[in-house]
Design a protein around this ligand. Structure first.
Ligand code: FEO
Ligand code: CA
Ligand code: CA
Ligand code: CA
Length: 602
């Protein structure tokens, strides 16, 4: 196709047009199918999914609801992996026909607990069709982790007074993980997953009387009396009036070792507590590991963690056990950005800053290192459990909802999706446009590129630029890395980022404010086509695209909450994806590959 001529970056597919179809749309020459969907068997003895007669016991053996992050850990041999999916949240009105806020039962609550957490599913490539499929052998590795699976708390705040509850006086053992949004695969073959919007599941913040406890809960978004899902009626740990510290036991990066199905999953306090989107690790040149992280809230912050110890290469038992301890001790930093141009705001005429770019410099402000706090008025333990308040204190830069923050292994730069912030410059008392967040009422978000000083990921200073200011390219308040805007696809609300083996950036979106379906996009970050955004696929109406995995041979996407549209429910499904007919919509992982079995990028 001459219009989109071939290039060494390999992104030679013909872009998909915006649409509102109830299906996955892929470029010409590619095909797609479902790998696994909500309710499909994960454990060998899982019963067949029965929407109308679901039980907690069945759900605990089946693929959970609303999968977000997806990661692949290779198994020895060819074309076999452990696929790990996060199950971020439950939407009971889509899961049950008999659910209503005044008709909630223990069965609803317990199914929801079992539908959270993560799934580990062995997958392989079917060489007859080219499709990725769950392996028939479910015995060895397949695993469900739910909201009742025991976790070990590690790092500086393990055993903290703020983590002790009547059920766990040690403050070191938490039942379950929830709201696991994005994540990452570590170089040592484990999965990191971020506990994000955990506040919504707790009741009675308004009944907490101690003013200090109440203020801390408030900074994390806990409010109100009864919760929507009424879990507090079935487990008192969700009632903050009775168990205020239970709130402090969520909001961490968790680490799962899928290669060891008997391992106890870990909550890492050394990476701080906030609405963790996810965490992605790179090995710095000196061997220490650096994890980059975002706190997905309007006007919240970007963080990094630098380990004390160095990565041990290889997959010997000794190396793996050592590496699985790397996130226990190190230094936690928060980012402060400075623009370099007097005119910061992208105005209605599309005028860029005087130097032609949204760019500048910045520094990583240390918050704590193990038992040492660098923040006035905070103990180290307080920094790790109430990280947002410590970062407020040091004047971290307020950002437009940092979602994925991921280093490229090709160029060592960091790419961050700032998904949107419609409060910027709009909500009274809130900050207006700055060079790093240059749009008031930021509906479409932007994508940031950070280069650490001397490309050293442990550095304390960096330079940065905005790679994309998203939206309709026809609109003057957008920017596509300086590329010709008449050529690019519209993109809105970047959420997850990933890289292919050539270093191209792939971006999935959540909440497309241009009124068409969400999707997956790709662009080169180097060379003449830097900024040339092309849409690779769209997901069904009402769904969010997440968890993209880009291998040479196929692409995986999570199709989260298909059919989540105004007025829709299990009694009125407005999507029938993926099974068609009159079926209920089911969140799923989908695979996309080329019909001619060629490489995705070619
Ligand atoms: Fe669950 Fe920040 O998206
Ligand atoms: Ca500038
Ligand atoms: Ca997300
Ligand atoms: Ca999101």
């Amino acid at each position: 196709d001459l219009k989109f001529g071939r290039d060494r970056d390999g992104l030679n597919f013909e872009p998909v047009a915006p649409n509102t179809l109830d299906q996955i749309v892929v470029p010409k020459g590619y095909q797609q199918d479902v790998v696994i969907r909500w309710g499909d068997a994960v454990l060998p003895d899982a019963p067949k999914f029965d929407f109308d007669n679901q039980t907690p016991e069945a759900q605990a053996k089946q693929f959970g609801f609303n999968n977000d992050f997806c990661g692949l850990v290779p198994l020895p041999g060819w074309d076999r992996w452990l696929m790990v999916s996060n199950h971020e949240y439950t939407t009971e009105s889509f899961m049950f026909k008999d659910w209503a806020p005044d008709k909630i039962t223990e069965r609803h609550a317990k199914i929801a607990w079992a539908a959270h957490g993560l799934s580990v599913v062995q997958v392989e490539r079917d060489h007859r069709t080219g499709k990725l499929v769950p392996s028939k052998d479910k015995r060895r590795y397949n695993r469900r982790i739910t909201l009742t699976t025991p976790f070990e708390v590690r790092g500086p705040a393990a055993g903290s007074q703020y983590l002790k509850t009547s059920a766990d006086p040690t403050g070191k053992k938490v039942l379950g993980t929830q709201n696991n949004c994005s994540g990452g695969v570590t170089p040592w073959g484990t999965i990191l997953s971020g506990e994000e919007n955990f506040n919504q599941y707790f009741a009675n913040a308004d009944l907490v009387t101690d003013p200090d406890t109440k203020a801390k809960l408030g900074r994390y978004g806990f409010s109100g009396k009864g919760s929507l899902r009424k879990w507090e009626n079935y487990d008192k740990r969700f009632d903050l009036a009775q168990e205020p510290n239970e709130a402090n036991r969520f909001g961490y990066i968790v680490e799962i070792d899928p290669l060891d199905p008997t391992s106890t999953p870990v909550k890492h306090t050394a990476l701080g507590r906030f609405k963790h989107e996810g965490a992605n690790v790179i090995i710095a040149r000196d061997g220490r590991v650096v994890a980059y992280m975002g706190d997905d809230e309007r006007f919240d912050y970007m963080y990094k963690f630098v380990s004390d110890d160095c990565y041990l290469p290889g997959d010997s038992k000794r190396a793996r056990e050592h590496n699985k301890r790397l996130l226990d001790s190190g230094t936690l930093y928060v980012a402060r950005f400075k623009g370099d141009s007097p005119v910061a705001e992208i105005d209605g005429t599309g005028k860029l800053p005087s130097d032609g770019e949204f760019d500048g410099t910045g520094e990583w402000i240390p918050l704590a290192r193990n038992d040492k706090s660098f923040v006035d008025g905070f103990t180290a333990e307080q920094v790790y459990v109430f990280t947002r308040l410590a970062a407020d204190k040091v004047g971290a830069t307020k950002m437009d909802r940092p979602e994925d923050v991921e280093p490229s292994k090709k160029n060592r730069r960091i790419y961050a999706a700032l998904t949107n912030n419609t409060d910027r410059g709009v909500k009274p008392g809130k900050e207006g446009a700055t060079e790093i967040a240059p749009r008031v009422n930021n509906k479409h978000g932007h994508v940031l590129e950070v280069e650490e000083r001397r490309s050293d990921n442990t550095a304390l200073t960096f330079s940065w630029k905005l790679l994309l200011v998203c939206g309709d390219p026809k609109s003057p308040d957008t920017y596509f890395g300086g590329y010709d805007k008449s050529q690019v696809s519209a993109i809105s609300c970047p959420d997850n980022v990933a890289f292919d083996s050539r270093g191209n950036l792939w971006i999935s979106t959540d909440g497309n404010a241009l009124k068409s379906n969400d999707g997956l996009f790709a662009l080169p970050v180097e060379g003449k086509r830097r900024g040339f955004v092309k849409q690779f696929l769209t997901v069904p109406n009402g769904a969010e695209t997440c968890g993209p995995v880009i291998t040479d041979d196929f692409v995986l996407v999570s199709v989260q909450h298909p059919g989540e549209l105004d007025g829709a429910s299990a009694n009125n499904p407005l999507s029938h994806w993926p099974d068609g007919g009159t079926s209920q919509p089911r969140p799923a992982v989908a695979v996309i590959w080329r019909k001619d079995r060629g490489h995705v990028c070619d």
